[in-house]
Design a protein around this ligand. Structure first.
Ligand SMILES: [Zn+2]
Ligand SMILES: [Zn+2]
Length: 324
């Protein structure tokens, strides 16, 4: 073997030892770039209803100008249950524009307006609802759910007696979502399930007088390996996605949180669970921060291919509905 062949062999051995082939394939992907939206072009959680600061097209313009090409427009369904008096007071209190003044039809007026922007040719928009997970116990309001192309489930400690949900609770919810999806066959997303846990661990530490830097990786962990396996079994190949919202940008700078989160998420991504990325934008202050999901997705092994899965599925559903 000549020297240069030997060098190449040594180099390739070093590379394959450093980067396992499977992980490297997942990171680079094989899809045509032309057929993929890049991560920062995708925002699958934008509040575009009652709290919207601008007329709809102007609100979308801001996202388009910031590079977005695919947007899921939604609102909290619970905001459409106020009676006239409550609604008027709420609008006044929060200094909102009264985009949907008729409380009896507001939720349908919202959905209808969202479909008017589907003809835009600079961004691809979908419409949906964000529904509080506690409604699984308290009762779901089903008629407006039929109007959604996507349903996102808002995870929060409010549904768990004030305790931030972790792996066990998420698995319980994922099974319920599998069940309800039989009745509402649209892609569903588990919204922001993880950040509440990090905050709760930090709050508990602060309360007991501990320095935040003393928190160990194990304390932040969300899943046990058995739970990861169970969740992969439930979600792999399904149309249920997990959201990684922009809230991670700030947490990412903490190396302990980052390490714990990589251990929690990477096995899921490698096991076939699919994710979405988003800003969860409620107002114009969302544009004070940059949007760079690549920052955290790369180490989590969440690829553009993974995040394009839901977009491809939504496009296929829409195309199929338009066939006669
Ligand atoms: Zn939410
Ligand atoms: Zn939201």
């Amino acid at each position: 073997m000549n020297t240069s062949a030997c060098l190449i062999l040594m180099l390739s051995l070093t590379i394959s030892a450093t980067y396992p082939i499977k992980a490297q394939e997942r990171t680079t992907g094989k899809s045509l770039k032309e057929g993929l939206f890049q991560l920062n072009e995708i925002d699958l959680h934008v509040h575009a209803g009652k709290e919207r600061p601008l007329p709809l097209n102007e609100w979308i313009d801001l996202f388009a100008r910031d590079g977005r090409k695919v947007i899921l427009l939604l609102d909290h369904l619970e905001l459409y249950r106020m009676d006239d008096k409550e609604h008027k007071e709420w609008i006044k209190e929060n200094n909102f524009n009264d985009w949907y003044p008729k409380t009896t039809t507001g939720k349908y007026d919202f959905i209808k307006e969202m479909s008017t922007v589907e003809s835009r040719n600079d961004v691809l928009t979908f419409r949906g609802w964000e529904i509080w997970e506690g409604e699984f116990e308290e009762g779901l309001e089903k008629p407006p759910m039929k109007e959604a192309e996507v349903i996102g489930w808002h995870m929060s400690k409010a549904a768990w007696n004030g305790k931030a949900p972790v792996g066990k609770e998420l698995i319980f919810r994922a099974r319920q979502i599998v069940g309800i999806q039989k009745e509402f066959p649209v892609p569903m997303i588990i919204f922001h399930p993880f950040i509440g846990r990090i905050k709760a661990v930090r709050e508990a530490a602060a309360k007991s007088g501990r320095n935040l830097s003393s928190i160990k990786k194990e304390e932040y962990r969300y899943f046990t390996p058995t739970e990861q396996k169970e969740l992969i079994e439930i979600l792999n190949g399904s149309s249920i996605y997990i959201e990684i919202s922009r809230g991670w940008s700030t947490l990412w700078s903490d190396p302990v949180v980052r390490e714990a989160f990589i251990e929690d998420i990477r096995p899921l991504a490698e096991g076939g669970v699919k994710f979405t990325v988003s800003t969860d934008a409620h107002g114009t202050s969302s544009f004070d921060e940059s949007y760079n999901p690549e920052l955290y997705c790369k180490d989590l092994r969440i690829t553009p291919e993974d995040v394009n899965t839901i977009i491809r599925e939504l496009l296929a559903i829409r195309a199929k509905r338009n066939l006669r």
